[in-house]
Design a protein around this ligand. Sequence first.
Ligand code: SAH
Length: 343
Amino acid sequence: MSTDIRHTTAQNLSSFIESIGEKKFRCAQIEEWLWKKGVRSFDEMSNLPVALREQLKSNFTFLTSGIAAMVQSKDGTAKFVFNLHDKRQVEGVLIPSDNRVTACISSQVGCPLKCAFCATGTMGFVRNLHSSEIFDQFLLMNKKSQELYNQNITNIVYMGMGEPLLNYESVIRSVQWITSPKGQGLSPSRITLSTVGIASGIKRLADDGFKPEIALSLHCADELKRRRLMPVTESQNFEMLQDALVYLHEKTGKRITIEYLMLKNWNDSLADAKKLFAFCRPFPVKINLIEYNATQSGFEKSNEETVREFIAFLESKNMIVNVRHSRGKDIDAACGQLVKKVK
Ligand code: SAH
């Protein structure tokens, strides 16, 4: 099988171009079409001679995704179902607000982690997305963002289906193409990668000098309780996780965002707030308390009064706390609601 043009290395492309007697500058032209102009076929590469386009076609594939469906919420949020080249599907979401449009993108088809509250986990894991499939979600939604909101995507969150740190290389490569001046040129500070907390992956981000923001889906600071909520805690225990976060902070100076889902009678007591404070002591954090969105899981969202007390405690310890309400709930586009529904 021939290699896909967006999966080949710059080195391979260059050897190919040389082997057919073409000039070196063709590589730069092709790369510009792929990453900056974001074309999705060889025929769109209009400054290449037709003969070269034909040679590219017979030597490389050009696999692309398409939009299978779009639903728009009454709050403006739009959810997309993408068809991948092998007929698998993933979802992405566009969230417009004041003067930004945030794109929520997926990193895997399904997810292996089975967090008790999340709908995606019920699908099981199908496969990792390739970096070009992650990049395509950006390209396709950016076009839709212009149509729907007259604006390009301004922010990206890797908070769709899947666990980005279990698909490390593809996620990093997609971030590079989205942020590079030779690609889409979005500032890394406008991107957030959200993870359940894979310790080795967090350390690797630190070593690789990862620029975007990092969010940890902690949701519970009692280790035994978190095991029941998020089984991944068994292999990624708190000691490993804290160690990785300290390392990340030391290497990059980053303040990590802690995501904390407020689940009624589960993780929302004052004792839980104290444990959260203790967990976060070794590194600087910002806490995002997330309102739970209904799924089939049977959890309920916390009462307002309970949430207020939880916040009051954290603030009394000088922690930065924000409350996040999800958008697009009426179309199952909110956090944790992304699942390919079997019809
Ligand atoms: N696997 C990564 C990326 C997915 S992000 C991670 O877990 O961080 C999706 C975010 O939505 C996570 O913080 C997840 O815990 C949260 N979430 C999952 N189910 C939810 C639900 N039912 N209501 C609100 N948030 C939910």
